[in-house]
Design a protein around this ligand. Structure first.
Ligand code: AMP
Length: 203
C-alpha cells in the first residue's frame, strides 16, 4: 500500500525568544528558516525579532520565503515585533496568537527555547491528542537539547499518563530534512473514542 503523505504548505516554528548560550543554536535556527523557504514552505512564528525567533525569520527571508508573524499587541508595543516579515498579525492575547498560529500552519517544529516554547509545543501536542487537529509535530533536537524532554515523555508513557500512540506522535530528529520527511509521512493515531472510553471506565 502506498504511504500517504501530508501536503505541507506552511510550518510553524516554536523557539526561544533568547538566543541561548551556544551560538550554534542561533545558526541552526537561521539555517532552518532558509531550509524551509528553499523547500517552498512558508514559516509561521511568533513575530518577534529577538533570539532564535528572529533568526528563523531572517533565515527564511534571506532565502526569499514567506514569513508570517503572529504577535500580541503587548509584545509589539515593546517594539519587539519583526518589521521585515511578509505579514504580521497583531492579536489581543497569547491565546489568540497560539490559535492563529495553529490555524495558519500545516505542521510544527520546535527548536530550543524556554517556557514559552514548551507551552506552545505542549498545547499543540495536547490538541493533536484530542484530535482538535491532525497536523505533524516535530522536535529538531539540536545537539541533544531535547534529550531530557524526550526521556520524560517516555517516562509519562511508562507511568501510564500518556498513551504510547500519543508519545510516538512526537517526531524527534536532529536533521531538518529527515524531520520534514517524517512530518510529510505522519499519520495521526486512530484511537477511536478513547476519551469516551476513559469516561466510561470512570463511571
Ligand atoms: P521562550 O521559549 O520562553 O523564550 O518563549 C518563546 C515565546 O515567548 C514566544 O513564542 C512568545 O510567545 C514569547 N515571546 C517572548 N518575547 C517575544 C518577542 N520579543 N516577540 C515575540 N514573542 C515573544
Amino acid at each position: 500500500m502506498p504511504v500517504m503523505t501530508s501536503i505541507l504548505r506552511r510550518i510553524c516554528v516554536y523557539c526561544g525568544s533568547n538566543p541561548g548560550n551556544d551560538p550554534a543554536h542561533k545558526a541552526a535556527a537561521h539555517e532552518l528558516g532558509a531550509f524551509l523557504a528553499k523547500q517552498g514552505l512558508g514559516v509561521v512564528y511568533g513575530g518577534g525579532n529577538v533570539g532564535l525567533m528572529g533568526a528563523v525569520a531572517d533565515g527564511a527571508l534571506s532565502a526569499g520565503g514567506e514569513v508570517i508573524g503572529v504577535i500580541p499587541q503587548s509584545l509589539l508595543e515593546k517594539e519587539l515585533g519583526h518589521r521585515g516579515v511578509t505579514e504580521l498579525h497583531v492579536v489581543r492575547s497569547m491565546h489568540e496568537r497560539k490559535q492563529m498560529m495553529v490555524d495558519l500552519s500545516d505542521g510544527f517544529i520546535a527548536l530550543p527555547g524556554g517556557f514559552g516554547t514548551l507551552d506552545e509545543l505542549f498545547e499543540t501536542l495536547t490538541w493533536l491528542q484530542l484530535a482538535f487537529h491532525n497536523k505533524p509535530v516535530g522536535l529538531l533536537n539540536l545537539g541533544g537539547f531535547f534529550d531530557g524532554l524526550v526521556d520524560f515523555i517516555h517516562h509519562m508513557s511508562h507511568a501510564g499518563f500518556l498513551k504510547p500512540e500519543h508519545a510516538r506522535c512526537v517526531l524527534v530528529e536532529s536533521d531538518p530534512a529527515t524531520l520534514l520527511g517524517r512530518m510529510r509521512a505522519f499519520q495521526p493515531p486512530d484511537l477511536g473514542k478513547w476519551i469516551e472510553k476513559l469516561a466510561a471506565e470512570a463511571r
